[in-house]
Design a protein around this ligand. Sequence first.
Ligand code: PEP
Ligand code: MG
Length: 581
Amino acid sequence: MNLHGKSASHGIVVGRVRLVQTTALLIDQSSVQNVDAEIARFRACIAKAKIGLEAVRDRALKNLGADKAAIFDAHLLILEDPELVDTTVEIVGSRKLNALAAFDEVARQAAAMFEAMDNEYMRERAADVRDVADRVLRQLAGVAVTDLSEIQDEVVLVCRDLAPSETAAMNPQKILGILTDLGGKTSHTAIVARTLEIPAVLGLRRITEVVTNGDWIAFDGETGEVVVNPDDATRAVFLEKQKIEKREKLELMTLVGQSNTSADGRVTQIVANIGSPEDLPGVRKYDAAGVGLYRTEFLFMDRTEAPSEEEQFQAYKAVLEGLAPLPVTIRTLDVGGDKPLAYLDIGHEDNPFLGYRAIRYCLEHPEILRTQFRAMLRASAFGNLRIMFPMIASLEELLAAKEHLEAVRKELVASGVKIADHVPVGVMIEIPSAAIISDILAQHCEFLSIGTNDLIQYTVAVDRLNERVQNLYDPFHPAVLRLMRTVIENAHKFGRKTSVCGEMGGSEAHLPLLLGMGLDEFSMAPTSILRSRRQLSGWTMKEAEALRDEVMKQSRSADIESILMQAEARKRNDLKGRPST
Ligand code: PEP
Ligand code: MG
């Protein structure tokens, strides 16, 4: 049987299923005689759940780092939420309902409220509420919480939805892969799986219904393809792919320490996209030449208020100091769109991607922007900082953001705080208007970084998260490529360097085209760096420019895609196995 889900973490896996079914709790609706005793029991169970959760948080801190462990601080806050606790106490008191049934009712309502939201990120927070609630319900019912740390054989974990606390508890050495019914690319399971380099396919809808413990399963974390009980021939195909993947990984590791140069010696930067200081080991392991995009919004998520200046300073300093003297490009807060933060009070928007997001929000809340600038500039004394602004649509926005930065810089200097002498400032080109006026923007900033994830969605008017129109979300669309060429040419006219930090930056198929356009820097997930380094090493500028000319002559994206895919595959085959020098 074949299933198809959402690619969440790359890698080929063939293994035995460990089906983790959280046994459904029986919730009886009986009433209680002694209301006070029942409320006391409920409070005691909350306290026990808290102790359990604190243990999970501490384990996560050890295995996954402070950033991921913060999820559980957010869970601890859910446990204290008066909406949940007080409402339950009230129901037990007024209706004499037992605490298990009362809490179940209240928690379900809270989860349903999140689930009804039309934003994917908020919908996924329902899983957090369910996770916390399950912990308390199990305490109330006297049933053990699923403990994945007990898994001792190497297995493929299959479950309906993996709660963040379960993901954090598992032993990454024993989990070959993860498959779930629910969840998507931005769910915690996906983020943690990528951090731990465990292949995962999520959102398979009914995988838990079609497999049983001990079944064989083969899957590809990149394509989302899953085969249950594969026949011998299919199994052999996956095992062969896995063998190739392993060999390739080893081969790629031999490129660590080499430079990022084309076949004829053009030096291009290949840098990393990160979301927190916890990503530094990957940045080092895959030998990035710095960080091209530090998405600071992760520091602001899964919590009830914005991080303080000091907390931000510590995070930025850890990255800058950890990578010095390599450049680290920190992006100011990119909230809104698919990343709303409840405590920032952005409110409901019919079109959040066209709404109150990123620099638009920050310019109206300068205290947030200025706090971030203070933290960044203080951290600049410890490394090589560059700052960039997301979602710039006009020159006015860039100038306004720069004014705030300058004001903060002056304040810090006046109060004797040590900061770097010079911090280059750049803009992200994510909106067609910014691409079209990139010559103007280039005269007021020091570098440009093309955010293709958004640039594509705004150029072809396709919501990047709307599954119904994903076939129209087209990274090969000639309009997108023309805009990108315009940006690079405009930047160069004014002596500015250009980077690509959207997903396209790590696309091997696009690499020679962008090289031919003269792109200066490719920024990508750390795990893609060595592949791009290898691809880069196979192209001369003359070849890349010829490919660019051929591509830019095309009218249809399908033709562009096929030209680029074939060129990349040809080059990859030539390069494979070529001894590294
Ligand atoms: C982009 O839009 O390409 C980008 C890098 O930003 P994000 O994916 O964080 O929106
Ligand atoms: Mg973006």
